[in-house]
Design a protein around this ligand. Structure first.
Ligand code: XMP
Length: 512
């Protein structure tokens, strides 16, 4: 079964992935390709529409990314965004110049062609997000200007006959009041898409493809308990059942009971072979005496892969190796080279002596939010599908100083109490990530008539869109009070609690 496709032609803008995600939110498949993609390839792919992305350059600088004019004559509708709009103007012999007043932020535009397909359902005056220092000073022949702002005579233009549309603003960001409508109109009014990218179809299609590709061979998947590998496991299980073996390495640095939860979920809900390798004791041994954060990370990482590949080696018997790689892992956005395969920070090269017939990445075309939707449809529990980010080295980065069995236990208990209290307080959905940290500090306290000298627990909760920057969460005092009470009462060896009120930057989310 084939489905409609939109090409997001990447000219190096920072919002390229966001454009593709917004298109997919409209149930239309979008893929990102570099501006260096040959015209023949684009012609052959049968796209319903093309979107030129933004980019940081000036079109009149010939070293910046350009494209052959013929792309505008394929009969495929094109929408140019920001730099992409200027590029379209430049390609059609309009005029692009540097602004006297560059526009940045929320700007009001006025639509001057009410019957424009792109402006269907959009108010005459509306707010858009602008970020540009060049502007279209003269629309090309055959184009009509459809909106302007106070400083920008051409905020959008179109050549309806040739199905060429250009917007100086960014419809993909939420600050643009009718952003969703602009993209919807381009897809459905201009490109005549039907909207056939739906997750039910994706599951059916992928399961059928996997069945055909795998045949009666075996598949081995490394399961981390994270969202991506869990959903990949769910899909593969549905396709080939017991031909699938999932290898789950529990290095003893997961949250309280998490290893058991992962095992129970996959052995009870899905048909597969499940291999759990418990190597906590071996990790503690390797980590003995190590206090340097980088050294701890390295030790945990190299030990993990040693155990992991040893187990995979045992399981490898021809067949396929599967992994939960998702679309953003495979593209490097913002550089105009979206097709470059990125080495994911969590992926390590397979040792040469292990051989498989091939690698399977069933989620390779999906964004994270789509992976979650598939996970929900497959019946994977909410705790896994909506799991917060969890560092590869696990609690290892949340215990400062040497990692010991006792410290892991204290931190696991404290973290479980904190999570339970946040859940009960009803504020869980307002937080992006929250956890407990063991800073390896002991302080004096009193318990009854006794002096104590015990652990300090730090609690951390942040709100963020992308984890590049983050705010410390303003958890209500009464919730903090209950957390503090419970931690000191219920968790042995904890006699003091502090709340981390550092944003990122200058702090990071994790303490390390
Ligand atoms: P920082 O501490 O750098 O963390 O502000 C940003 C986000 O990344 C997560 N994190 C990791 N995720 N492997 C991962 O998959 C890692 O080694 C790792 N270290 C940090 C962190 O939890 C936060 O969400």
């Amino acid at each position: 079964m084939s489905f409609e496709k939109i090409l997001v032609l990447d000219f190096g803008g920072q919002y390229n992935q966001l454009i593709a995600r917004r298109v997919r939110d409209e149930n239309v498949y979008a893929e990102i390709k570099t501006f260096e993609t040959p015209l023949e390839e684009i012609k052959a792919a049968g796209y319903k529409g093309i979107i030129f992305t933004g980019g940081p350059n000036s079109v009149y600088d010939m070293s910046s990314p350009h494209y052959s004019k013929e792309i505008l004559d394929l009969g495929i509708p094109v929408l140019g965004i920001c730099y992409g709009a200027q590029l379209m103007a430049w390609m059609c012999d309009g005029k692009v110049e540097s602004c006297i007043n560059s526009e940045y932020g929320k700007i009001e535009i006025e639509n001057t062609k009410r019957e424009s397909l792109l402006f269907k359902g959009v108010d005459t005056k509306s707010v858009v997000w602008m970020s540009h220092t060049d502007y279209i000073s003269k629309a090309p022949e055959g184009f009509e200007i459809t909106s302007h702002s106070a400083d920008c005579p051409c905020a959008s233009m179109e050549n309806e006959g040739r199905k060429l549309y250009a917007v100086q603003f960014h419809p993909e960001v939420t600050h643009t009041q009718f952003g969703k409508a602009f993209l919807h109109n381009f897809l459905f009014e201009v490109c005549a898409c039907k909207g056939d990218w739906v997750m039910d179809d994706f599951i059916e299609r992928t399961v059928a493809q996997l069945k055909e590709q795998i045949g009666d061979k075996k598949v081995v998947l490394g399961l981390s308990g994270g969202v991506d590998s869990s959903v990949a496991a769910g899909l593969l299980s549905r396709a080939v059942g017991k031909q699938l073996t999932c290898v789950f390495v529990d290095q003893g640095l997961m949250r309280k009971d998490e290893g058991d939860f992962v095992e129970k979920t996959f052995t009870s809900l899905f048909d597969m072979n499940f291999v759990r390798v418990n190597c906590g004791a071996q990790f503690i041994e390797k980590l003995r005496g190590i206090t340097d954060p980088e050294q701890k990370r390295k030790t945990i990482g190299s030990e993990f892969y040693k155990v992991f590949w040893d187990e995979i080696r045992k399981q490898a018997d021809g067949g396929f190796f599967a992994q939960g790689t998702i679309y953003p892992d495979r593209i490097e956005s913002g550089k105009g080279d979206a097709a470059t395969i990125k080495t994911h920070h969590n992926q390590v090269k397979m040792p040469e002596d292990i051989t498989f017939d091939g690698v399977i990445e069933p989620l390779g075309e999906l964004f994270k939010d789509e992976v979650r939707r598939v996970g929900e449809k497959l019946g994977i529990p909410k705790e896994l599908v909506w799991r917060q980010p969890f560092p590869g080295p696990g609690l290892g980065v949340r215990i400062i100083g040497e990692i010991t069995e006792e410290k892991i236990k204290v931190l696991q208990e404290a973290d479980a109490v904190f999570r339970d209290e946040i859940k009960k307080s009803g504020i869980e959905d307002t937080l992006s990530q929250f956890f407990a940290v063991l800073p390896d500090v002991q302080t004096v306290g009193v318990m009854g008539d006794h002096r104590t000298y015990d652990h300090l627990i730090a609690i951390r909760a942040v709100t963020t869109d992308d984890f590049m920057t983050a705010d410390w969460a303003k958890i209500p005092y009464d919730v903090l009070a209950r957390v503090s009470n419970r931690l000191t009462n219920e968790v042995e060896h904890v006699n003091r609690v502090v709340y981390d009120i550092t944003s990122k930057p200058p702090g990071t989310v994790e303490w390390e």
